[in-house]
Ligand binder design. Structure first.
Ligand SMILES: N[C@@H](CCC(=O)N[C@@H](CS)C(=O)NCC(=O)O)C(=O)O
Length: 201
């Protein structure tokens, strides 16, 4: 298998964490990719017409995207147990919430990276951060119990989302007023798979 990947991408990090946690990292060749909607660069457009990564190629069928599909495929392939049947809908909703945090946080970065200064919208950027803070507040208030117990895909996604906030939006201090979530994050960040995939680039 080949994984189109970027070390700064929280979505790609989800996949790399699952590969390590399920013992499949050696089954994949990692291919660096980067690009945006303005300039697809080395994005694998033939494998994913949306021009986004991660993308996973595999011998037995068409390439897979997006991160949710790839992670579920890899878990099924290894019998990883990251989607426990008894909590499936909660796990998937937590993953979707974490992915939404990543989407908003990535869009904030693109606003400065891809738009000339005169075309940037501060209210639009603030609206993205509002999404992040509402999601974090909801997790702190209602989802902490889901973060206990054996590792799930929802927990991995949330760990990657919080790591990306530290990486790109550290000055916003997401931990402020969210002691339970901060304590949980300190724990998951110490897992070897999280340490080995810390964002960079
Ligand atoms: N929903 C997708 C999101 C993937 C995504 O947005 N990836 C970013 C990298 S962090 C990307 O490919 N950006 C290029 C672009 O949007 O043009 C997933 O879960 O894989």
């Amino acid at each position: 298998m080949q994984l189109y990947d970027n070390p700064a991408s929280p979505f790609c990090r989800k996949v790399r964490v699952v590969l390590i946690e399920t013992g499949q990292i050696d089954a994949v060749e990692v291919l660096p990719a980067a690009g945006t909607a303005l300039d697809p660069g080395q994005m694998p457009l033939a494998e994913n017409p949306l021009g986004k990564i991660p993308v996973l190629t595999r011998p037995e069928g068409p390439a897979l995207h997006d991160s949710r599909v790839i992670c579920r495929y890899l878990d099924a392939r290894a019998g990883g147990g990251l989607y426990p049947e008894s909590r499936l809908w909660e796990v998937l909703t937590l993953e979707a919430t974490a992915d939404g945090i990543m989407d908003a946080a990535v869009l904030m970065v693109y606003e400065t990276r891809c738009r000339p200064e005169a075309e940037r919208s501060a209210p639009w950027v603030e609206g993205q951060w509002d999404r992040v803070t509402r999601a974090l507040d909801a997790i702190e208030a209602r989802w902490i119990s889901q973060l206990a117990g054996p590792l799930t895909m929802g927990q991995i996604a949330l760990g990657c989302a919080l790591g990306y906030l530290d990486f790109r939006h550290g000055a916003c201090d997401w931990r402020q007023g969210r002691e339970s979530l901060a304590a949980w994050e300190a724990g998951i960040a110490r897992r070897p798979a999280m340490e080995q995939t810390a964002p960079g680039g």
